[in-house]
Design a protein around this ligand. Structure first.
Ligand SMILES: [Zn+2]
Length: 357
């Protein structure tokens, strides 16, 4: 329903970005087709984000026997991210939780998925999920959840727990902050990425475009670029980017959080061959089972990306999986592609406006 409502209506900045890309990709015929697809996706995503953020649109939704799943990642100390990128600070998160707690029945994701399967879902069912496994989920988010007696599900990237490694997008942003975006752009060794990072556009847009470009181009382009940049522009993860330790994951579980899997290494799963996908699914499941004493039944696709073969493999090891496709979940929703809503402000939770028993 939501998809049909989406207008191809890019904001001015994204139209500029599209133009930069069009110019930049002339002469790179081999990747032009992929870029075209990506541009369409970027435009659609922008329109979709606008549709979701619109309170008017939200009032049209009917909650009824539907369940909403909300996506969170970091809850930070700073209210605005690097280069003015969107961030959610603890104060804003507390507002979300108090708002949701007043209006909804907040249930663990496992309860919501069982309800979808059995057809018996609380009228106002909402689940909160946290992706990636950042330490700020324990330090900043969990006290707020506990204060309001709210359950949540944490999707840990099992291979990153207890390490000081980066998620590569945050690492790229930190490099650009520390060493300058133009300097980082010039050192990528990739002419298109270099043009993107040095384009005459707001820095937040250049950073986001650079990340999306590397995401879309796959590990064959991304990994050599990041290795080159890492050598030249070393950065240490700061407080906002540290991952939980296993002791901390266990503490969150003891404090009422469900633990789900977000793979071992956070790859774009459809980029991998099936054997490798299966390894990511199984190894993370085994590691979480060993470390927290219970096998995870819930899975979260890294970057929200999956394909039919990835989904089929996921169904062998997990009972349900969340995507980043926006919208509501009903009894007809495929449990291996659950919809989620990303919320930065209380207005993003406007689906509540339509709910009435
Ligand atoms: Zn993730």
């Amino acid at each position: 329903m939501l998809q049909a409502d989406v207008q191809e209506n890019p904001i001015a900045g994204q139209a500029q970005l599209a133009e930069v890309l069009r110019v930049a990709c002339q002469g790179r015929g081999g990747i032009r087709v992929r870029l075209k697809g990506w541009l369409k996706w970027l435009v659609r995503r922008s329109a979709m984000a606008q549709a979701l953020a619109s309170p008017g649109r939200g009032r049209g939704w009917s909650l009824g026997p539907r369940g909403y799943v909300i996506t969170y990642r970091k809850v930070e100390r700073r209210p605005v991210g690097p280069f003015g990128m969107q961030a959610l600070d603890a104060g804003a998160f507390a507002e979300h939780v108090e708002y949701l707690a007043r209006r909804y029945e907040i249930v663990p994701l496992s309860v919501l998925t069982q309800g979808l399967r059995s057809g018996k879902l609380p009228t106002r069912a909402v689940s909160l999920t946290f992706d990636d496994g950042y330490r700020n989920n324990l330090v900043l988010a969990h006290p707020i959840l506990q204060r309001n007696r709210i359950p949540a599900t944490l999707f840990v990237t099992a291979g990153l727990v207890g390490t000081r490694q980066w998620m590569w997008p945050a690492e790229l942003v930190e490099m650009a902050l520390r060493y300058g975006m133009a300097e980082v752009g010039a050192a990528t060794g990739d002419s298109l990425l270099s043009a993107l990072l040095q384009a005459e556009l707001p820095p937040s847009m250049r950073a986001e475009a650079g990340i999306e470009y590397l995401l879309r181009m796959g590990p064959g382009v991304r990994e050599p670029v990041m290795a080159r940049l890492r050598e030249r522009f070393p950065v240490e993860p700061d407080d906002e980017n540290l991952f939980l330790s296993w002791d901390e994951v266990r503490a969150l579980k003891a404090g009422g959080m469900e633990i789900g899997s977000h793979t071992m290494t956070h790859p774009v799963l459809p980029d991998l061959d099936e054997e490798h996908v299966e390894r990511e699914l199984c190894a993370s499941r085994n590691e979480i089972t060993r470390r927290v004493g219970e096998a995870p039944t819930l899975f979260c696709y890294p970057h929200g990306v999956f394909s039919e073969p990835v989904k089929a493999l996921t169904g062998r090891y997990y009972g349900a999986a969340v995507s980043t496709i926006p919208g509501e979940n009903t009894a007809r929703t495929d449990l291996l592609e659950l919809r989620r809503v990303t919320a930065y402000s209380v207005e993003d939770l406007s689906f509540q406006a339509a709910s009435s028993r």
